[in-house]
Structure formats: structure tokens, C-alpha cells
Write a protein that binds this ligand. Sequence first.
Ligand SMILES: C[S@@+](CC[C@H](N)C(=O)[O-])C[C@H]1O[C@@H](n2cnc3c(N)ncnc32)[C@H](O)[C@@H]1O
Ligand SMILES: [Zn+2]
Length: 289
Amino acid sequence: MLRDIEQYLTCPHCALGLALDQAGRTLRCPAGHSFDVARQGYVSLLPAGAHTGTGDTAEMVAARSDFLAAGYYEPIAAALAEAAVAPGTPGEPGTPAGLVADLGAGTGYYLARVLDALPRAAGAALDISKFALRRAAKAHPRAGAVVCDAWRPLPLADGCADLVLNVFAPRNGPEIQRVLRPGGRLLVVSPTTRHLQELVGALGLLAVDEEKERRIAEKLGPWLRPLAQHRVEFELRLSHRDAAAVVGMGPNAWHTDPAALAAALIALPEPITVTGSVRLDIYQRSTDS
Ligand SMILES: C[S@@+](CC[C@H](N)C(=O)[O-])C[C@H]1O[C@@H](n2cnc3c(N)ncnc32)[C@H](O)[C@@H]1O
Ligand SMILES: [Zn+2]
């Protein structure tokens, strides 16, 4: 609930702290800016006039929700939960209870898994799509959902997060560094070139950029220290319906004609065996930055 994270939230207009009223319906800052909580439990802290065009649509979110609920990406959730509780490096203390912020949280699927693994932590699901956050607001009893733009100042206080998650989502190095406490960690999940490769070939989907790993490291490197990298590989046996969902929930949704996709799927075996392959990169904010 928003109540669990209100102490960490800041006003998008003046950067002062926000507090919920007694009824839990409005967030206010001391300068008098106020933000109404939506009926579905999330709050928008976007500055006026912000563009939300890159956010997932209602259809993409529905496809993602069904696909994740079927458990296909459970190995990714398990790897995140394991990394969340593990000490950053040998000899360092484990992640204390506090705030876990998920940047580009979508439906809150991974945040909920990480919160289950950290029983005293609260979670902030941050995303620019209200359709995603309607679901994320209900993803976990200790999670609150906030509409914001990953490319602008995040509505979170300096150094308030123990852990930031970033799963297939936009990464803003300077802002992630700012909101992490010194010593806090960032867990980044990104696809390798093998991810869904069978579908990429058969359906003519966007291939993962071979330079992606280098680009992520270059963008985050100036702000955070790389600690470790893991590869998570698994096999998915997908019905045509679930193959269509995995296409419809990601960036291909913007580029693929549903009728052409349906026609291409018919030619594939059912179920079709597909590779899941992601990198989990662990970064840390140094204690002297
Ligand atoms: C591929 S989805 C991943 C969602 C979630 N992390 C997951 O893996 O289930 C990318 C997410 O980033 C969000 N997004 C896109 N542009 C954004 C922006 N500028 N600021 C915040 N979120 C953004 C989308 O709305 C979407 O929920
Ligand atoms: Zn304000």
C-alpha cells in the first residue's frame, strides 16, 4: 500500500517530502502541492504535461500479466529473489529491511517475489503506465505504486532505497545512484541475444541488440560499481496463444501486425520450445559517492 512507502516519496514540483492524509486519499507536500490517489490504489507523481507514450498499453499489460501468471519467467523471479537476500560481496552485510524500488515495474510481478524474500522491506513499483500500475498496486501488501517517468527525476528521496530492481525496463544511471543508499544495490535483468531466439527467427521479431550488454555497462558504469553478473537460461514450452502473448507484451507489440503474427504462428509446432536467456547484473552504489 502507498502507506508503506509514503515516507520515501517526494513532490515532483518542489522535491519536498510527501505525506498521505488520514483517509489515504491524497498525498501532499509542505508547499501545498497535492496528488490524489486513484481508485485502483496507485498515485501519479508525473509533472504536468509529461508524455506517457512509451508506457505499456492496456493490451500489452494484459498479455504480460497472463504470461507471467503462467510461471514462464519464474526462473528470473527466483534469481532476483536470491540476489536480493544475498550479501553484495563476501564480508558485506546482507540487504537490510528498507525500501526496494522497482523502476519500470510493470505489473509488479518481480517486486512481489523480492518482497516475499525480504519480509521487513516495503516496495515502490515505479512505471509510466497506469495500466501496469493498476495491477502493481495490488501485487503485494507491502508495495505501493507510483506513476513517474524513468527519464526525469524520480519522486524518491536521496539515498532512500536499499535495493533497486530494473527488469527489461528503462535505466537512468544518475537517478538510480541518487536514490540508492551508499552501499545499496541495483539488480538489472536484460535479455541476451539467445532470448526467445526461436521466435525471433520464425516470426521476424526484433532481435536483441548484440551491443546491449556493452551499452548497459557504459550507461551505468559512471554511476555504479559492477559487482557480479549471472546468466539465467531456461526452456519455455509455449502454446501458440502464449507465444502470441510473449510477443504482445514486449517491444514487438509496437511493430507487429496481429493478423500477420497469427498467420506466422500457425506454421510453427505446438507447443514450441523456446529459449529464455537473460543476464542478471548486480551493481552497487559505492559508500563514498
Ligand atoms: C518490457 S516492460 C517490463 C515490465 C516489468 N519490469 C516486467 O518485466 O514484467 C517495460 C516497462 O517499462 C515501462 N516504461 C516504459 N517507458 C517508461 C518510462 N519512461 N518511465 C517509466 N517506465 C517506463 C513500461 O510501461 C513497462 O511497464
Ligand atoms: Zn511540492
